[in-house]
Design a protein. Structure first.
Length: 252
């Protein structure tokens, strides 16, 4: 086993499926100890079984402040601190600005932005105590470029990108690095809805593949490697970056 993340202690949100699960498995493979946070305990437990005794399960909703505090406290108390936070939990509602309801807009920003902001700021005392650390925000290429029918989601991810940059500037002197990963279209439970709600799912899949020059959609594992790098000391002089991992989507 490699040990790029030996002595790292991470809290990962949305760790039960998709990108969060892939990041958790990759971190564990590199020697990290991990708090697995999410709303669906059974999924988190399945990931924990794959990892073994270097992980704990924390059932939590990051839209709720008490759950945020509990997730941080349980991770730090169980493993003896915190060095890394991966903000992965998110929601996706499809629609134009006119079509999105107020409830959908509010949920999108409460989870994708407010929850991420709350968790990041609540993690700062733990990272300071550790002498620094890494916050990794899972944003999106739609936080850089817009797209049809993604008014709420793209707006929320753009907010994540700018919050990443502002926190990097503010907390760099404390050796707290803040970076964002901006995935393209990755096949996860979250994005399955894009296909399942379409009149012709296969046609939509072909259309999505066609806008990625590399010729395929992303897999969660395509994101996990960059997360490992950003959590490791290999990226010690890197902060405030918004890094696309998108199969060439933004190059078109």
């Amino acid at each position: 086993m490699s040990a790029r993340l030996r002595n790292k202690i991470a809290l990962i949100t949305g760790a039960g499926t998709g990108i969060g699960r892939a990041v958790a498995l990759a971190f564990a493979g590199e020697g990290a100890r991990i708090g697995l946070a999410g709303r669906r305990k059974a999924l988190l437990e399945a990931v924990a079984r794959e990892i073994g005794n270097t992980s704990i399960v924390i059932e939590a909703d990051i839209a709720k402040k008490p759950d945020i505090d509990r997730a941080l406290e349980q991770t730090a108390s169980h493993f003896g601190g915190l060095s890394t936070l991966v903000n992965n939990a998110g929601v996706l509602h499809i629609g134009t600005a006119e079509q999105i309801t107020e409830e959908q807009w509010d949920e999108t920003f409460n989870v994708n932005v407010r929850g991420l902001w709350r968790l990041s700021t609540a993690a700062l005392p733990y990272l300071r105590k550790a002498g620094g650390g890494s916050i990794i925000n899972i944003a999106s290429v739609l936080g850089i470029n817009g797209a049809r029918n993604r008014a709420a989601y793209a707006s929320s991810k753009a907010a994540v990108v700018l919050l990443t940059k502002c926190m990097a500037i503010d907390h760099g002197p404390e050796n707290i690095r803040v970076n964002a990963i901006c995935p393209g279209f990755v096949e996860t439970k979250l994005t399955e809805a894009v296909f399942s709600q379409a009149p012709d799912p296969q046609a939509v899949r072909r259309e999505r593949i066609a806008v990625h020059p590399i010729g395929r959609l992303g897999q969660p594992e395509d994101i996990a490697g960059l997360a490992v790098f950003l959590a490791s000391e290999e990226s010690a002089w890197m902060t405030g970056a918004a890094l696309p991992v998108d199969g060439g989507y933004l190059a078109v």
